[in-house]
Design a protein around this ligand. Structure first.
Ligand code: SF4
Length: 346
């Protein structure tokens, strides 16, 4: 049996049952799942994907709502830039007639769609013969072909693309792409690949030379610098927190959080910085243990500073009081981390 057919047979027998798979592939559902899956684990995406499609079953329903509602439905997935792009894209596509372009080239012209997402939607939803080279596929290809260097480099990725396209002579493009992504996620994993279960075991150069874990080589990463922030955790007598929408910066904009002081120098007192961020007449303030958080590729350390106040009076439009664990507004997972850190403080 040819490698492409073996791969397709393996996929039919072994693929995980995920809500965006099976049946006819709705291009909108494929797009939402691909955007959610970027940088986020499958088990976190599954419930969010179902709920998102229940609330916004198509591009038109998504285009009609305010950005805040989209961010709320995206809560917990992080990387909110993806949600904003999807919302902008929905509005633009609806203005142009409401149908997603059926080719990778056409999809690339939409806001927020890069080559990977365009190829995935064009292939999985429209059957275009185009390789989807995500990290999983590059790893499988590099191992099968025995490519020793970084598979992201042009020469290696070109060889892997040619190999994937040859498999597409033997099985439908959508099946080949999805099967390779699945194989990389479940069998040909970075550590301890299960070569005995792999449809390419008979021809894999890395397996033949015993170099499965050496290929691809570990990526040299420069540790991102940790940024230092402070958060003003103002707690009312009923245990609710003062939250305001973040207005500056690209990454948390529009999400509701305690007042934040960002980019603090090493010599800045976090208590004073948090008090200034709150802009309220607050005395004292107790700093809790810092919380580590990542936003996109940036690591931050946030010092929560707690004030317990006697009432819930606020100047008009100066925020809301909300339960930090169930705020009912779009927020970031940073809020729950802060809630855990300040338990019992003050
Ligand atoms: S044989 Fe092993 S190393 Fe080679 S592709 Fe399959 S799982 Fe990966």
């Amino acid at each position: 049996m040819s490698p492409g057919k073996r791969l397709a047979r393996w996929f039919a027998a072994s693929a995980r049952d995920l809500p965006w798979r099976g049946g006819s592939r709705d291009p909108y559902g494929v797009l939402v799942s691909e955007l959610m899956l970027q940088q986020t684990r499958v088990d976190r995406v599954v419930p969010r994907f179902r709920e998102f499609l229940r609330r916004f079953p198509d591009l038109r329903s998504l285009a009609q709502v305010r950005e805040e509602e989209v961010l709320e439905a995206w809560s917990g997935l992080g990387y909110y830039r993806r949600a904003r792009s999807l919302h902008r894209l929905a509005r633009e596509v609806v203005e142009r007639g409401g149908r997603l372009p059926g080719s990778a080239a056409g999809l690339r012209e939409l806001p927020g769609i890069g080559p990977y997402t365009a190829a995935a939607v064009a292939s999985l939803a429209f059957g275009e013969r185009v390789a989807v080279l995500d990290g999983n596929v590059l790893r499988v290809g590099a191992r099968v072909l025995g490519l020793e260097g970084d598979p992201r480099r042009a020469a290696a990725s070109g060889a892997i693309r040619t190999w994937v396209e040859a498999l597409m002579e033997e099985a439908p493009p959508a099946v080949v792409n999805e099967a390779l992504m699945e194989l990389g996620a479940t069998v040909c994993t970075p550590r301890g690949p299960d070569c005995g279960a792999c449809p390419f075991a008979g021809e894999c150069a890395a397996l033949a030379s015993g170099r499965q874990e050496a290929i691809p080589p570990p990526r040299r990463t420069r540790g991102p610098e940790a940024h230092r922030w402070a958060a003003a955790v103002v707690v009312s007598p009923s245990g609710r927190w003062l939250l305001r929408p973040v207005t500056g910066g690209a990454v948390l904009r529009g999400l509701w959080l305690p007042p934040l002081a960002t980019g603090l120098g090493a010599d800045v007192d976090p208590v004073a910085a948090a008090r200034a961020a709150a802009g309220l007449p607050l005395d004292g303030g107790r700093a809790a243990d810092p919380v580590r958080h990542s936003i996109t590729h940036r690591r931050i350390t946030v010092v929560p500073v707690v004030w317990r106040v006697e009432g819930e009076a606020l100047p008009d439009g100066d925020g809301i009081w909300a339960d930090p664990l169930e705020p009912g507004v779009p927020t970031s997972s940073l809020l729950a981390k802060l809630a855990g850190a300040v338990e019992g403080v003050g």
